[in-house]
Design a protein around this ligand. Structure first.
Ligand code: ACM
Ligand code: ZN
Length: 527
């Protein structure tokens, strides 16, 4: 009997010990680092089971923000949090209050005020409140199940440095399903990014359903085989394919929009079009035969700009893409389009003559043929109140009048474009190509495209070159990084390439440069 009593007392003691809740403290040194964090002293806020999240009544977007916060807190603390509309601020006692203040300065800015009685996140817009929620979520320990979470009193005032904070994903070389694309978008939201650049078409596969040209997915979304290794002579002889239906694309756009992320589609033209040529050989200069490309690289077979049917096809596709994607920006690629076919093609040469496209000491007539194509597409885009983005090759020839330049071969293209009065997004291979290796010890890394960009290198990018005048600097809209997927066959590898470099990128995009701890210089950036 005595023995039983001892056992009972032992288990009672163990239960009492395990019920004693561990304390965990919030840490406001989150990524990206907010502009201003002022610890106030005084009593902290204690997050408890009874803490509710309150939002203004009759505001669905704020309600969604509150639901996001509840979900994030639950992920960390392992228990549900309730959300309610509030009538008066009094409801806010011991709770987290989300509110809007139209008097605040910046569209994406927010304040996060933690006091013993209440946490308040305030933004000029719902978007700002969303970033305040991200900061709060990151400040709380990721793993705080059964813990008591203490938030020191603080006043955080924050706003992003750049309005364009992007991340790209190539889904042509390898295809990633909707579930993973949504996970990718969640990771971007966690880092305060606001653009997902979706590279949907390339030589190795067409990935958007087209109602007007169904062959593009029936046939153009599949390649018969894929080269093994770095363009060896061997192929895996395994068919590979995938595409997104228009319904799936709409679902992704809504998912991203709920997280204040614009989805910018890219249809890369007039080069990188072998998947289209495999479906419609008549759109090429030679007529083929063509194959949805099983290798990696830059290919001489590009679209025939001299063929009016090709141009009408492009215009129709861009219209269909604009019907699907509400984004202001539409990316039309424009990179890596060799001119050799155009030089020999009677139709292209006839177009050059008819349009009076002339060579000069900087550009060939064929460069101007590409500009002709870009300008025609830009007109369609501008006619619908949208704006065209192209890779920096669109500067070769005569740049389309309203085009935004995505500067990838360094910062130089961006500098030239800004000097010409064009808006610019900096995505230099020197700092922002996340398909590159992150280590020099490549022998122990999965096969990659090459290069070397580690976290520190990404972090050292200064996207606004000091050679620009103050007026020209305003044209630098922001920064992005790219993930090309020739050597990235699965989503685990994408995450490995994305993280932790995205953390460094997000501070380049969001945080003011004087807050960064590594000295940066234009010389480093112009490698
Ligand atoms: C690119 O990396 N070809 C834009
Ligand atoms: Zn041609």
């Amino acid at each position: 009997m005595l023995k039983l009593k001892h056992i009972f007392l032992f288990f009672l003691a163990m239960t009492l010990i395990s019920c004693q809740t561990e304390e965990k403290k919030a840490n406001y040194a989150v990524i990206p680092l907010p502009q201003e964090v002022v610890l106030k002293g005084g009593n902290p806020f204690v997050l408890s089971q009874s803490t509710a999240i309150l939002y203004p009544a009759d505001n669905e977007v704020m309600q969604r923000n509150a639901d996001f916060l509840a979900l994030y807190l639950q992920e960390s603390m392992g228990k549900p949090f309730s959300t309610h509309p509030y009538e008066t601020k009094e409801n806010g006692r011991s709770n987290i209050v989300l509110e809007l203040d139209p008097q605040m300065d910046t569209e994406e800015g927010y304040s996060l005020n933690v006091e013993a009685e209440q946490i308040t996140i305030c933004g000029k817009s719902e978007k700002g409140v969303f970033y305040g929620i991200q900061t709060l979520r990151k400040a709380i320990p990721a793993e705080a199940k059964n813990a008591k979470v203490i938030l020191p009193a603080v006043q955080i005032t924050d706003a992003p440095r750049f309005g364009y904070r992007g991340m790209h994903l190539d889904v042509s070389r390898h295809f990633f399903d909707v579930d993973f694309v949504k996970k990718y978008i969640d990771i971007l939201a966690l880092h305060n990014l606001n653009v997902f650049h979706w590279h949907l078409t390339d030589d190795q596969g067409w990935r958007i359903e087209s109602k007007k040209y169904p062959r593009l997915t029936e046939f153009g979304s599949k390649r018969n085989r894929t080269v093994i290794g770095r363009n060896s002579q061997e192929y895996d002889e395994t068919p590979y394919g995938g595409y997104y239906t228009q319904e799936q694309i709409k679902d992704v756009i809504t998912y991203a929009a709920d997280r204040f992320i614009d989805v910018i589609p890219e249809v890369d033209l007039p080069g990188h079009m072998l998947a289209v040529l495999a479906c419609y050989p008549e759109f090429g200069c030679t007529g083929g035969p063509y194959e949805v490309c099983p290798r990696w690289g830059i290919f001489e077979d590009v679209l025939c700009i001299g063929n009016e049917d090709t141009m009408v096809f492009l215009e129709n596709i861009i219209e269909e893409v604009m019907d699907l994607f509400p984004s202001t920006y539409i990316h039309i690629g424009g990179d890596e389009a060799p001119r050799v076919r155009w030089e020999k093609c009677p139709k292209c040469q006839a177009r050059i003559k008819a349009e009076n496209l002339k060579a000069d000491n900087r550009h060939t007539a064929e460069d101007r043929l590409q500009s002709y194509c870009m300008k025609r597409i830009e007109k369609r885009i501008n006619d619908r109140g949208r704006q065209m983005i192209g890779w920096d090759e669109i500067l070769e020839g005569d740049i389309a009048p309203n085009a935004v330049v995505m500067s990838w071969r360094g910062l130089e293209g961006g500098i030239e474009a800004a000097q010409l009065g064009h808006d610019v997004i900096m995505v230099p291979t020197s700092h922002a190509y996340f398909d590159y290796y992150q280590t020099t010890d490549t022998e122990y890394e999965p096969l990659g495209i090459g290069g070397f960009i580690d976290v520190e290198k990404v972090y050292s990018l200064e996207p606004v070159p000091s050679v620009l005048t103050e007026e020209q600097k305003v044209h630098i809209l922001g920064v992005q990084a790219n993930i090309w997927t020739e050597y990235i066959p699965d989503s685990d590898r994408i995450e490995y390439k994305l993280l932790p470099r995205l953390a460094a990128l997000s501070e380049v995009q969001w945080t003011q440069p004087e807050k960064r701890t590594i000295k940066i210089s234009l010389k480093d950036c112009l490698n």
